[in-house]
Ligand binder design. Structure first.
Ligand code: ATP
Ligand code: MG
Length: 427
């Protein structure tokens, strides 16, 4: 019979990996809450229409990456490919943006992509969204917060900030016309995707990974020259804030981002450490999205980072987090001893939860149970047999004693908790 396997691009995160994920989640939660951001938990499934309206019809995500399926009542649903649209939907639905609202979320996202290192079909993002502030101090706060995350994770030396302003819709309209006019003379030299984009979403051509297309773009009009004065001022003010905060950046006028909802500020944190999948965090301002999804007009900005890519970077640094080893292993041979062991282990957990206590289960001889105790990494084995039960005692064996042969003692069951404290605290 053929084995059942996970879906391609949808990976298990195994017990030896979860401590690193927990470390990452914990660091991020600590940093974002220090800026006053609150966690929101959103559904994995939304009406398909939300993403069509929110992300844009002619984006990679909506054109070819979404997991869309009919519900049993024939409504079209989609596994969320990103978090911003759902977050905005929730903010509108619950009227959360009445005052400044700062939110973050973490969880799986789904995109039908070609799986490779740092690119999955189920992947995980941590996202941050801020509602209600149109001025560039908010953009600056978001960038500072992301920079502090890299600092807290020890990644600062390996990442670099790319920054751009894509202006308001008027400036993009004017630029789009100029870009199309320029590229129309070179249609045959463009890669296939870019030829199609010339008709549908020409600014996305700036993002092309094709080298010949990039070379053609060297002679193209520069988005910088088409910015409206307000966006220009917004952008210089943001740069002033970042310079004051000591955050280095490169202005990349070809940075446009793959989602339609952005205006003015866009940014990406990139690294050389991950090969082709070099963007670990991306975001920007999306002042029009709340209104576009049916809410009152509320300015907003945010970013999202890819957790798989961050975990890969942490592993590359040699960062290891491990599941905690056992402190205490209960060995019990005989029916009454098993009951006594369970009772004693439970009372230790009630008294003090700081120890990792493993109880033998499934029986076995003293010898085989002690072998399992050794493999668990426990420093102490608590040993119970018929004699110990009769006399209300336990055997206590130090599994990692300096002599290596394991010192053993017999003590009363009442004294167990305090003796364990004495022995384990010495280390
Ligand atoms: P890319 O250009 O790598 O496809 P994107 O522009 O589609 O990225 P966003 O939608 O901005 O990505 O998502 C934010 C971040 O989420 C990315 O910078 C990346 O770190 C991560 N990410 C996006 N798609 C995937 C994926 N399929 N697998 C793993 N991480 C991903
Ligand atoms: Mg993508």
């Amino acid at each position: 019979m053929k084995n059942v396997r996970s879906v391609r691009g949808m990976n298990d995160i195994l017990p030896q990996e979860t401590p690193l994920w927990q470390y990452l989640e914990w660091q991020v939660a600590a940093v974002v809450s220090s800026y006053g951001y609150q966690e929101i938990r959103l559904p994995l499934v939304e009406f398909t229409d939300l993403f069509h309206r929110g992300i844009g019809e002619v984006t990679d995500i909506v054109e070819k990456e979404m997991y869309t399926f009919p519900d049993r009542n024939d409504e079209s649903l989609t596994l969320r490919p990103e978090g911003t649209a759902g977050c905005v939907r929730s903010v509108c639905q619950h009227n959360l943006a009445a005052s400044t609202t700062k939110l973050w979320y973490a969880g799986p996202m789904f995109r039908y992509e070609r799986p490779q290192k740092g690119r999955q079909r189920q992947f995980h993002q941590i996202g941050v969204e801020s509602f209600g502030v149109a001025s560039p101090d908010m953009d600056a706060e978001l960038v500072c917060m992301s920079a502090r995350l890299w600092e807290s994770l020890g990644l600062t030396d390996q990442v670099h900030l790319q920054l751009n302003s894509i202006g308001d819709s008027g400036s993009r309209q004017r630029y789009r016309e100029a870009l199309v006019a320029y590229l129309n003379d070179y249609v045959d030299e463009l890669d296939e995707d870019s030829q199609r984009r010339l008709q549908t979403n020409p600014m996305r051509i700036l993002d092309s990974k094709n080298q010949q297309t990039q070379a053609l773009l060297d002679g193209a009009p520069d988005l910088r020259d088409y910015l409206d004065p307000e966006s220009e001022a917004h952008f210089s003010r943001l740069q002033e804030f970042l310079t004051a905060a000591g955050i280095a950046f490169t202005v990349n006028t070809r940075l446009v981002r793959g989602l339609d909802y952005y205006n003015r500020t866009v940014f990406e944190w990139v690294t050389d450490a991950l090969g082709a999948q070099g963007t670990i965090c991306a975001g920007g301002r999306y002042d029009g999205l709340v209104e576009q999804l049916g809410g009152k007009p509320v300015p907003a900005a945010g970013f999202a980072m890819g957790m798989e890519r961050l975990v890969l970077m942490l592993q590359g640094l040699g960062k290891v987090s491990e599941n905690p080893a056992a402190d205490i292993y209960f060995v019990a041979a005989g029916a009454d001893a098993e009951v006594a062991a369970l009772r004693l282990a439970e009372s230790l957990r009630t008294a003090d939860s700081k120890y990792h206590i493993h109880c033998n289960s499934g029986g076995g001889s003293f010898k085989s149970q002690l072998k399992k105790a050794d493999r668990s990494g426990a420093r102490l084995a608590v040993i119970l047999g018929d004699n110990e039960v009769e006399q209300n005692t336990v055997g206590l064996k130090q599994m990692r004693s300096a002599a290596g042969d394991g010192q053993q003692e017999v003590i009363s069951q009442q004294a167990l908790a305090s003796r364990i404290d004495e022995l384990l605290r010495e280390h």
